[in-house]
Design a protein. Sequence first.
Length: 179
Amino acid sequence: MAQGQCERPVVLVGLMGAGKSSVGRRLAAALGRDFVDADDAIVEAAGMSIPDIFEAYGEPAFRDLERRVVLRLLAEGHGVVALGGGAFLDPAIRAEVRRRAVSVWLRADLETLVERTARKPGKRPLLMRGDPRAILRELMERRYPVYAEADIVVDTGPGPIEGVVRQVMERLAACERMR
Ligand code: S3P
């Protein structure tokens, strides 16, 4: 990790249901920083929900909007940013995260993702295209090698998310000590 990187904005990546927003919100509070959720910023920019954007304009248009919004958020320099699950797959976003932020992959097992995403059915258009478990398994295969480029990896499972927040804080503190 590059020197001085630990005080950069923290960007959370990982699959749907990994807990990026919940962990991000608590992490920001613990660090005394502001928090922004990229999906919420996209909804605000579009004036419509994510399922509605997918339905009305299709996934490529969503990805274009996501890229523009996330690059703006990164330029604004927020303290903690939770990205939508697909954002880190975009090369321009990944390059900018690498340049400006410290990235944290919340790595979750399939059961955890299936269980957590099932709590909010209808919220994630990608999982409405078929069997959510099969889709999540396929996304894990495709995306985990890319998420693995993140600076820090923290495993998350069925336990309370406070433990995950603590682990992220410890890893950031370790980065601080390395300077
Ligand atoms: C997506 C994840 C979602 C949202 C959109 C697409 C993805 O965000 O951006 O439905 O491609 O994985 P969460 O990861 O916050 O659910």
